[in-house]
Design a protein around this ligand. Sequence first.
Ligand code: HEC
Length: 142
Amino acid sequence: MNKIITRLLMIVVFALSAAAGLWFSIQQHKLANNQLPAPGSTATMRTFHSPTSFVAQIKNDPNAGEKIFMQFCAACHGQHASIDVNAPTIGNRRQWQGYQQLGTNKLVELASHGNGAMPARGGCFECNDDELREAIDYIISF
Ligand code: HEC
């Protein structure tokens, strides 16, 4: 008798959790649907990472190099890099010495192709060579 009650209880618990899961899933889909543009609308979904508009914003900005650095390079080259790939750190002359000897032209060329854990164009694919150069000049100015 006890066994039957236990089994019945288990069935009830499973059924309840399945129903709760289904309900939760429906709520989440409703939320997601609310964030989508209305059918036929020309609006696109908002994203917080929009490199194209970033690069447009820094045109003719005298601090473009610093801004590109903060936006794209600091994750690896910053003093408190959040991506640990042993990238030379900004301000560490000893680490940059060897690279600097290559000259800025060569560095721009290397950076544009990428090198090991260093992504092509430092991850700023929208940056042109001049912008890449400004970011590199900024990094090695310390
Ligand atoms: C995902 C991490 C990462 C990001 C993001 C990154 N770098 Fe690098 N970078 C590296 C690493 C690692 C090296 C060392 C590569 C080597 O010598 O093996 C490097 C090397 C370099 C060098 C030396 C030349 C070369 O390519 O080896 C330059 C110049 C440079 N980075 C510039 C930049 C600039 C400018 C940005 C941003 C626009 C950037 N990096 C973004 C990881 C990164």
